[in-house]
Design a protein around this ligand. Structure first.
Ligand code: ATP
Length: 588
């Protein structure tokens, strides 16, 4: 496929204002992709270079991008930076600049004539491979050579791809719908593809398999070592007393809830890989946990799901998430690990000695977990009780709080308590310390717009428009405008933080009423944690929109808590969760 075909589709995708049109455009694009390209097309649509877990890092920031554009256009980097400032985007700056490229670039990317999708991917891989002394220059020259071989529109998207600022607003579920439409005749077939995606976390692999081997091939995709499985997620309730009824099994397991980082560990002999909640490879960050897994897991191969937690060995007390985050760094990892040791509390077993455990019940998985993992201070199964009564849950919860834990996670022990990869269902329910009586939890919302700041806030945004995720329709619906809770530094940083996702018009997957239309739009990408007072009905916001009554739901008195960069927009609080909070409050 010509790269120009792809970029003209990108341009049309950016201009669409309906999710259905977006899906139809994508379906046509995918149907016309060759088997060796379809995976790459999927990654590029999502603004990625490969599956998230592959850890391909181009290492190109704005500065390198500007240097490459300058080389390709025979201009100086300062003029490129000035153009990018004026246009608000390096991609548009690259599209606009004209001039003769510097000499000798062809040596770095010898593709004469029109670029293909495969050429571009090959170029990106070359950039990613460049390392060691002189690598920055090599990266710049390869990118410059690609730009010199490209049309203006292609240059725009080359730059947006390498800087990670694609802003098409298509998500993985949109793409799965499009794949189902293109190859299986209807979106109704998406669940088959979604299942394979949840197991493999690689949409390109699902697309290739679907095109080459059809649905039987996709159904055969199974758990594979060193490929992350999408994690099962927890639900929440307003009252502790609702938990037993919601879960519905006569007895439930009440597990300690740790306030650390979710880590999925893959053990393959001595080879251990660790993945984060967002499925990126975090092995280098936890050398201590790698050691514990090697030392204490008795099975040859296994996949464990659990939490890395900072722990004070002297006092025996768990330390908060913020302490663990001090370990999130590129350099001096071992040294800092010595000062802030992490332990691994394992709450599930997904695979052992060549066999998937996803379709085993929770009690079976837990029993096998206890066999493959002895009790050790550094790595052990999550502490828990099994009970059928509310007093038991309450007592255990209070003992967890006393020991510095965050709360409990209650889990079904029924026969069908399978591990549901990627799902947020009523089999797992969390109960935390910070649950306020009015709202049961903070909300994770997606920033889709902003209004210009005035007075003291001139030059930055005055407020941001936040949306919840409607996972049934795969769209984002607004729930509040938020201007409080930001520190001065947070406020000043807003334009920089949101620059990469700014778009000219309402993104296709965003539903906004005219009264709430913001001054600036953002592709749904940035997730923010928000505290609010209560959920009320609203004629303005589109969350849970009832077209007859022309009423949606709004979060009142929203306050900024923190950015959740580790979350993708599709794991934000759902419209159904907001509606459930509203119903509970009304019923209370
Ligand atoms: P979520 O991961 O559900 O989107 P979140 O990141 O805001 O939400 P919480 O709401 O605090 O996190 O709770 C869910 C998280 O709790 C899990 O993703 C996991 O990382 C963590 N956790 C800690 N202990 C357990 C446990 N025993 N069982 C399951 N999850 C646990």
């Amino acid at each position: 496929m010509k790269f120009a075909t792809l970029t003209s589709c990108f341009e049309r995708l950016e201009a669409t204002s309906s999710r259905n049109d977006m899906t139809a455009l994508l379906a046509r694009l995918l149907a016309g992709s060759a088997p060796d390209e379809i995976g790459i097309v999927c990654y590029f649509v999502l603004g990625e270079i490969g599956p998230g877990y592959s850890g391909v890092n181009l290492g190109i920031g704005d500065r390198t991008a500007a240097a490459a554009i300058a080389l390709a256009a025979g201009a100086d980097p300062a003029s490129v930076e000035a153009a990018a400032r004026e246009l608000g985007d390096y991609g548009d700056a690259a599209a606009r600049l004209t001039g003769r490229p510097a000499e000798g670039l062809a040596e770095f990317f010898p593709t004469a004539g029109s670029l293909t999708v495969a050429d571009v991917h090959r170029g990106f891989m070359e950039i990613a491979r460049a390392s060691g002394p002189g690598s920055a220059d090599r990266k710049t020259r390869i990118l410059a050579a690609m730009l010199a071989a490209a049309t203006p529109l292609e240059r725009r998207y080359l730059i947006r791809l390498v800087t990670g600022e694609m802003r098409l607003g298509a998500g993985d579920m949109t793409l799965l719908d499009a794949l189902a439409e293109a190859f299986l005749g209807s979106k109704a077939q998406r669940p088959h593809l979604e299942h394979a995606y949840n197991l493999s976390s690689d949409i390109g692999h699902v697309a290739r398999t679907l095109q080459e081997r059809g649905l039987p091939g996709v159904s055969a995709i199974s758990v594979t070592l060193h490929r992350p499985i999408r994690p099962m997620l927890t639900q929440r309730v307003a009252l502790l007393s609702e938990i037993l009824e919601r879960i519905g099994s006569p007895v439930i397991a009440v597990e300690e809830k740790y306030d650390g980082e979710r880590v999925q560990a893959h053990k393959d002999g001595d080879d251990v890989t660790l993945f984060s909640r967002r499925l990126s490879d975090v092995t280098h960050q936890y050398p201590d946990i790698v050691r514990h897994v090697r030392r204490c897991v008795t099975a040859d191969t296994a996949i464990l799901d659990g939490e890395a937690v900072a722990f004070d060995h002297e006092t025996g007390i768990y330390r908060p998430f913020q302490t663990l985050m001090r370990r999130r760094r590129k350099h001096r990892v071992r040294e800092v690990a010595g000062v802030i040791p992490a332990i691994y509390r394992v709450f599930d077993l997904l695979y052992v000695n060549g066999e998937s455990y996803l379709r085993r019940s929770y009690p079976d998985r837990r029993a096998r977990l206890e066999e493959v993992l002895g009790r050790d201070e550094q790595i052990s199964p999550a502490g828990r009780i099994v009970t059928g009564d509310l007093d038991g849950i309450t007592e255990f919860y209070l003992s967890c709080i006393e020991r510095g834990l965050e709360g409990v996670v209650c889990k079904s022990c029924a026969e069908d308590s399978f591990y549901r990869a990627g799902a947020r269902e009523w089999q797992w329910i969390k109960w935390k310390t910070d649950y306020a009586p009015d709202l049961s939890d903070t909300l994770d919302l997606v920033v889709i717009g902003a209004n210009a700041g005035r007075g003291k806030r001139a030059g930055t945004y005055g407020s941001v428009l936040c949306a919840a995720y409607n996972n049934e329709e795969d769209i984002f619906q607004t729930v509040c405008g938020m201007g409080t809770g930001f520190s001065d530094a947070d406020l000043a940083d807003l334009p920089r933080r949101l620059a990469g996702v700014r778009v000219d018009r309402r993104p296709a997957r965003v539903m906004v009423n005219p009264q709430a239309a913001p001054d600036f739009w953002f592709a749904p990408a940035k997730v923010v944690e928000v505290l609010g007072l209560e959920i009320t009905e609203s004629p303005v916001h589109t969350c849970n929109w009832d077209p007859e009554r022309r009423r949606g739901l709004a979060l009142r008195f929203p306050r900024f808590v923190r950015w959740r960069d580790e979350k993708s927009p599709e794991v934000a609080t759902t419209v159904a969760e907001v509606a459930a909070m509203f119903r509970r409050r009304r019923g209370a």
